[in-house]
Write a protein that binds this ligand. Structure first.
Ligand SMILES: [Zn+2]
Length: 172
């Protein structure tokens, strides 16, 4: 009798364990990847298309050394585009000179062009800015901007391509 009781307890325990495991398994797996982007390429493809510096910043979320970027102190009329996919991002009219060492913009006219993601790396809480078209890392946005928007989009030069506004220079 004692043995039967024992066996029943073991059987019930086994069933319970099996049930708990099945529940764990069916739990939706945590999303590891970002939302699907209109432009998606493999790492190998990006490596081929981008320079090593661009790849390190855009795809591996690196940061160029402050004060070294091509567009840091660049003030011409035109449009700054994503260096990876060519999506138009920041107009030159929103660019301002900041002391941070990276190109800085006070606003982005079309907010759908970028995605803002909470970034807790390096012991800081920051807001990362990525291109909404290809997912390329652009930089960060801060709330300490000196202009009327109060925003400072701090963007890596290597993540940007500049397209000069030819209509303005032709009219001169
Ligand atoms: Zn892009």
């Amino acid at each position: 009798m004692k043995q039967i009781k024992m066996l029943t307890i073991i059987a019930i325990s086994a069933l319970l364990i099996a049930f708990v495991y099945s529940q764990l398994e069916s739990k939706p797996k945590e999303k590891k990847t970002m939302d699907k982007m209109p432009v998606e390429k493999t790492d190998a493809e990006w490596k081929k298309e981008l320079t090593p510096d661009q790849y390190r910043v855009l795809r591996e979320k690196g940061t160029e050394r402050p004060g070294t970027g091509e567009y840091n102190l660049h003030f011409e009329d035109g449009m700054y585009k994503c260096a990876a996919c060519g999506s138009s991002l920041f107009g030159s009219d929103t660019k301002f000179e900041s002391d941070c060492g990276w190109p800085s913009f006070s606003e982005i006219k079309d907010k759908s062009k970028i995605k803002e993601i909470k970034d807790t790396s390096h012991g800081m809480i920051r807001t990362e800015v990525v291109c909404a078209n290809c997912g390329g890392h652009l930089g960060h946005v801060f709330n300490d901007g000196p202009t009327s928007t109060g925003l400072r989009y701090c963007i890596n030069s290597v993540s940007l391509d500049f397209a000069p506004d030819t209509s303005k220079s032709e009219n001169k």
